[in-house]
Write a protein that binds this ligand. Structure first.
Ligand SMILES: Cc1cc2nc3c(=O)[nH]c(=O)nc-3n(C[C@H](O)[C@H](O)[C@H](O)COP(=O)(O)OP(=O)(O)OC[C@H]3O[C@@H](n4cnc5c(N)ncnc54)[C@H](O)[C@@H]3O)c2cc1C
Length: 460
């Protein structure tokens, strides 16, 4: 391996960081501290040529290859033992064309990088709800966030992608070139190549009216029942997810309620500001709001409002489903297990995936679950390894209780843990077979296998 590393060091422009370098521990660390892996080298790629060089090195030496965008993958797919890591973090540039309302985004950008660049133009690309998340992994899995109901999943705003393939060629995938690859990239995860840049359609999003409404835990059933019908009918400019939240010590939380468990509705209204109160009225009427942080704020401020609750370096274990609806039995299971939410960083988020996201056909992109209304995710996040077992158990028990009421076998690949790999066929749903064919065409030897893997149809 040392010859390979030496050759890489001579070829690439970015840093090649190995165990003998002082920055090795920092370079190999990913968001989820459960994954303490030791690659032969982390290569901080600066351009497509660097990416091509690392792909060739991995292919020729036969070692595992991990590809890292923002490094947020809960299963730790952005790192690997005894292999090579393509770290795209230096490739985080964003170029906005305000006339065309289009952004060109580097493969290592975070949502925060995109927001920072687009907000001054009154524009945004649909992302998620935490700004440190990588654009690449989030987009390739689908992309669920505040703007999903209004403009669709992140992939629904993807116009094209530059991709370095397993054979070392770079191609562009769009509706007009390599259409089968473009289809597969939109929901098929990191299976098909390394995306060095994305081109997104932007949308008019400036200052929004949004933030969390906190309700007493005892009102959770009423809030969930209200949310179920409300989110079906609310104007699509409203993003709004339900969650559990142990109150952190923040200025808008009454001092004597810090540490209490609440249920929350986190809102984001991207319509005329004067209409916000009318739209949110049913949510204020369902139960007494105990803490209220709904205010006019720049979209990037809302999309980074929870960053501090979920810092890098904590231990993570998550589980996820897609749900066709929210039955009374599901609500009862949520309330039973929500009450045991273990700490301030852990939660269950019930993300709506209706509105514009449902107007795209199930076979138009690789994200096949267009008939589902919710993407519930049970998020276990804690600092101390001594709590691994208790927190993992909370997530598993919660999942076991809600899954029978989901009306679906699959879940969102981006909200899963490593032990959910066996769910790939369900997660990709009716599109799985076509994805296996695309995999056989673009990565027949499964070079890109450190991901929620799609086996090439040729069986190699
Ligand atoms: C705190 C937190 C909040 C989140 N919030 C949301 C949310 O609101 N909405 C949502 O949809 N998801 C959310 N997620 C899930 C998130 O979408 C996934 O974790 C996603 O994989 C992160 O992408 P990344 O680039 O940061 O991760 P990485 O770990 O870098 O990569 C994830 C996967 O994508 C592949 N990959 C990364 N970059 C590239 C590339 N350039 N080309 C090809 N393959 C690549 C990797 O190989 C890996 O398989 C959240 C995750 C966390 C930890």
């Amino acid at each position: 391996m040392s010859d390979t590393i030496k050759a890489l060091t001579e070829t690439v422009r970015g840093r090649v960081i190995t165990a003998s370098d002082p920055g090795y521990d920092e370079a190999r660390a990913v968001y989820n501290a459960m994954h303490d892996r030791k690659p032969h080298a982390v290569v901080r790629c600066t351009d497509s040529a660097d990416v091509m060089a690392v792909i060739a090195a991995a292919r020729d030496s036969g070692v595992d290859l991990a590809v890292r965008g923002g490094g947020h993958s809960v299963p730790g797919f952005g790192t690997v033992d005894d292999g090579l890591v393509i770290d795209l973090s230096p490739m985080n540039g964003v170029r906005v064309d305000p006339a065309k309302k289009v952004a060109r985004v580097g493969g290592g950008a975070t949502l925060g990088d995109v927001d920072h660049a687009t907000y001054p133009f009154g524009l945004a690309a649909p992302g998620g709800v935490v700004s440190t998340t990588g654009v690449a992994g989030l987009t390739l899995g689908g992309g669920i966030g505040y703007l999903t109901r209004g403009v669709g999943l992140t992939i629904d705003s993807l116009l094209s992608a530059d991709v370095v393939l397993a054979d070392g060629r770079q191609v562009t995938a769009s509706d007009y070139q390599n259409e089968d690859l473009f289809w597969a990239l939109r929901g098929g995860g990191g299976n098909f190549g390394v995306v060095t840049s994305f081109e997104f359609q932007l949308h008019e999003v400036g200052d929004v009216v949004g933030g969390p409404l906190f309700y007493d835990f005892d009102d959770a059933t009423a809030v969930l029942e209200c949310y179920r019908s409300y989110i079906d009918e609310a104007p699509e400019q409203l993003g709004c997810f339900f969650g559990w939240q142990i109150a952190p010590p923040l200025p808008f939380i009454p001092e004597d309620r810090v540490g209490d468990l609440f249920c929350v509705l986190v809102t984001c209204w991207n319509g005329p500001h004067q209409e916000a109160e009318r739209v949110l009225r049913p949510l204020r009427d369902v139960a007494e709001v105990q803490a209220d942080q709904v205010e006019v704020s720049p979209f990037p401020a809302l999309q980074s409002a929870f960053d501090d609750l979920v810092p890098k370096g904590m231990r993570n274990y998550w589980k996820a489903d897609f749900a066709t609806g929210l039955t009374d039995e599901a609500i009862a299971a949520h309330v039973e297990h929500g009450e045991r939410t273990p700490n301030v960083s852990s939660s269950m988020h019930l993300h709506p995936i209706n509105g514009a996201a449902q107007r795209v056909g199930a076979d138009e992109t690789a994200f096949g679950h267009r008939d589902k209304s919710f993407a519930p995710v049970i998020v276990g996040i804690w600092p101390d390894p001594a709590d691994n077992e208790a927190n993992t158990k909370w997530v598993r028990d919660y999942y076991t209780a809600i899954h029978p009421h989901s009306g679906s076998e699959g879940g969102y690949i981006n909200f899963m843990s490593g032990d959910d790999d066996h769910r790939a066929a369900d997660n990709y749903g009716a599109n799985h077979e076509r994805l296996c064919s695309a995999k056989a065409a673009y990565d027949p030897d499964n070079l890109f296998h450190v991901n929620q893997n799609i086996a090439p149809a040729n069986g190699r």
